[in-house]
Design a protein around this ligand. Structure first.
Ligand SMILES: [Zn+2]
Length: 272
């Protein structure tokens, strides 16, 4: 299995990502990776999209219809597929990720740090306050990565979503939070690549200027997708939007494991 890092920048809209993720855009300019524009699935809400991104299924199929739908997913996901291939899975993520892939409801005293505690994520550190600093989240992920050498690891910071709800997309604070993620990534990615990881960076949904997401317009649903892997053709592929349902089968392809039967094909992504 080829080791893969998946970064989910919560609520990073396509336009704001493109404006502020300067280091990633630089790497794309020099054809070190591929960039796509993703038309997000609906509803453009967090928990439903945490399920869609990692199962490759639309909401009506996996059943996580709202942020208030609190239960463990029953269908295959990147985590379960990786484990069934003998791989090791890890996540530094919001508590809802643990509820979807480990155990629900989330109990901080039991679930804040979960190592070999059952569920689809072998090693996880989870937070539940939306203002948990992104710097701490990435440090949690780095601890897990160095300690357990996972085949698949999710890094899931909430800083962009938090500022988006407080001040709206387009506010100085929202734009700045995307820039902050850019700096953190620019400090980590060299090591990640040196250590042989493939890297996929995207978002669950966008954000509008009112500080809302859940609906159908481009601000709320369009997200960027950056792929750093020798398995895909490098360059800019942003002219037409691709479906968000590509993300899960893309991860399967990068990791060299079979996709689940319900996942879509990868015709929209230029493979190497
Ligand atoms: Zn949100």
């Amino acid at each position: 299995m080829r080791k893969t890092i998946f970064v989910l920048l919560d609520a990073c809209q396509y336009e704001a990502g493109t404006r502020n993720l300067g280091y990633l855009e630089h790497l794309i300019d020099y054809e070190k990776g591929a960039k796509y524009k993703v038309r997000g699935e609906l509803p453009s809400l967090s928990r439903p999209m945490y399920a869609t991104l990692l199962t490759g299924l639309p909401v009506y199929m996996h059943g996580i219809a709202a942020n208030e739908t609190v239960r463990v997913l029953e269908c295959d996901s990147i985590f379960s597929l990786c484990k069934s291939q003998g791989g090791f899975t890890a996540a530094a993520a919001y508590s809802w990720v643990s509820e979807l892939y480990n155990d629900a409801p989330f109990r901080p005293e039991r679930d804040r740090i979960r190592i070999h505690a059952g569920g689809m994520i072998d090693a996880g550190i989870y937070y539940w306050e939306d203002d948990y600093p992104d710097s701490h989240l990435f440090a949690d992920g780095e601890y897990l990565r160095k300690q357990y050498d996972p085949d698949f690891i999710l890094y899931h910071p909430m800083g962009i979503d938090y500022q988006g709800h407080l001040r709206g997309a387009g506010s100085r604070e929202y734009e700045e939070s995307v820039g902050k993620a850019n700096v953190i990534l620019s400090l980590l990615m060299e090591d990640w690549m040196k250590e042989g990881y493939q890297i996929v960076i995207t978002a669950d949904h966008g954000m509008n200027t009112l500080g809302i997401h859940g609906g159908t317009d481009a601000e709320q649903r369009d997200t960027p997708l950056y792929i750093f892997s020798s398995q895909v053709r490098a360059g800019r592929f942003e002219e037409n939007s691709i479906s968000q349902l590509n993300v899960a089968p893309l991860l399967c392809r990068l990791m060299d494991m079979p996709a689940s039967r319900e996942m879509m094909g990868l015709e929209e992504i230029a493979l190497a």
